[in-house]
Design a protein around this ligand. Sequence first.
Ligand SMILES: *[C@@H]1O[C@H](CO)[C@@H](O)[C@H](O)[C@H]1NC(C)=O
Ligand SMILES: *[C@@H]1O[C@H](CO)[C@@H](O)[C@H](O)[C@H]1NC(C)=O
Ligand SMILES: *[C@@H]1O[C@H](CO)[C@@H](O)[C@H](O)[C@H]1NC(C)=O
Ligand SMILES: *[C@@H]1O[C@H](CO)[C@@H](O)[C@H](O)[C@H]1NC(C)=O
Ligand SMILES: *[C@@H]1O[C@H](CO)[C@@H](O)[C@H](O)[C@H]1NC(C)=O
Ligand SMILES: *[C@@H]1O[C@H](CO)[C@@H](O)[C@H](O)[C@H]1NC(C)=O
Ligand SMILES: *[C@@H]1O[C@H](CO)[C@@H](O)[C@H](O)[C@H]1NC(C)=O
Length: 364
Amino acid sequence: MQPSDDAKMPLAGFIPFLLCFTLGLMWSLLTPASCHPQQALCRLASTTALCNNCQLSSLPRDLPGNIAELQLNNNHIRTLQSRCLSGYPALRILKCASNLLDTIEADAFLNTRHIESLSLADNKLFTRYRQTGQALHSLTHLRTLDLSENGLTEDMASFILENMTSLEYLSLSRNIMLRLDMDIFRDLHQLRELNLERNMLFEIDWAFDHLQKLQRLNIAFNCLPCLTNFRLTQLVELNASYNAIEWFISHQDMEETFHLETLDLRDNKLLFFPFLPTYSRIRNLLLSNNRLRFYENLTDNGSQNWTTTVQFFNIKGNVSNVTANLWDETLHGGISTLDLLDLTGNQGRVTQVLSTLPVLFGET
Ligand SMILES: *[C@@H]1O[C@H](CO)[C@@H](O)[C@H](O)[C@H]1NC(C)=O
Ligand SMILES: *[C@@H]1O[C@H](CO)[C@@H](O)[C@H](O)[C@H]1NC(C)=O
Ligand SMILES: *[C@@H]1O[C@H](CO)[C@@H](O)[C@H](O)[C@H]1NC(C)=O
Ligand SMILES: *[C@@H]1O[C@H](CO)[C@@H](O)[C@H](O)[C@H]1NC(C)=O
Ligand SMILES: *[C@@H]1O[C@H](CO)[C@@H](O)[C@H](O)[C@H]1NC(C)=O
Ligand SMILES: *[C@@H]1O[C@H](CO)[C@@H](O)[C@H](O)[C@H]1NC(C)=O
Ligand SMILES: *[C@@H]1O[C@H](CO)[C@@H](O)[C@H](O)[C@H]1NC(C)=O
């Protein structure tokens, strides 16, 4: 800005600016960082204490004793010490995301056992995960737990989740889990929603089969090569986008109706149309950006009976031989309930694939 512009600055605009500046200066002089007047930094809204972005390095201790929710996101807290929350026995919701948490002492939640929702996302809980696990085990009413972005391996997660039978919503996204076995979620009988997005999963071995209430499962952005034997009948939404999946095959001998409504397989390497459950309520089938071009030339051949078994040989040039039974009518029996089928971004003339789906088009 030129000096001459300064001179022309209207007085009316300048005075509020000066006032704000002076007040701001006075405020920061009155509340120096060194003396931590923590309650003053936190805002209270009814029984919620908002202490986000306050540069806190420990928990505020002088908040009203009746608070039900405490938000501490984006501070510098490293440790939740023993009994640090004991002044807040009514606490139900604690948010402590994006701090520097590496330790939760075993007695941290001693007087706050009724916490129902806990966010610890974006911390360093891998460091002392056993202690953290012990502390969490005292929260027998916990329904929602966010452990995303904490550097956790599957073994650490398995220890932490032991006996957490009350959990309904769990996020372990952005950790470093590689494979899941049938033990990792064994105690989570009430789980409804599970987010495992952005790990490095390449193998899942019966990990979800005993989660009888699971409705939403997100395994997007992992490294899974296939999903076979899919038999989670109660699941409503499965998001497996952004993996390396070549095959999706449902368990085929099941008479039960699957509750699956949304199947997101976008951005994978699907070679074939997914083998959907025989009986399902599927409405949204998202298959864009895959490799479903292999039908391209076969569909030109009028003699193919697409409602019966078809065998494919020498798929992909000289890479390998694949033999598969496709288009048995029962394999995609549930497809007539579809509202949305997204096949964009598949190389080749996928419209010809569509014309071979007798159930989908034969009935219209
Ligand atoms: C889980 O519960 C069982 C049976 O009550 C108990 O033996 C075990 O020590 C518990 N594990 C943890 C990590 O609390
Ligand atoms: C699946 O997860 C990806 C990545 O988070 C997201 O972009 C996409 O919208 C999700 N799909 C559905 C159907 O919600
Ligand atoms: C289909 O046939 C055309 C012409 O013969 C060929 O160029 C193309 O590579 C074939 N596509 C596939 C997927 O094999
Ligand atoms: C098309 O059908 C004819 C006669 O059944 C068969 O000889 C030929 O190999 C088929 N072509 C393809 C690409 O399947
Ligand atoms: C296709 O297969 C069905 C049995 O799966 C059979 O009834 C029908 O006649 C076949 N159609 C042709 C054209 O071969
Ligand atoms: C097929 O094999 C030849 C010789 O081994 C190789 O040069 C070519 O790249 C292969 N083609 C494909 C599509 O893999
Ligand atoms: C692929 O299958 C064909 C027909 O069965 C066979 O002649 C060929 O040797 C097989 N190729 C490979 C690489 O297995």
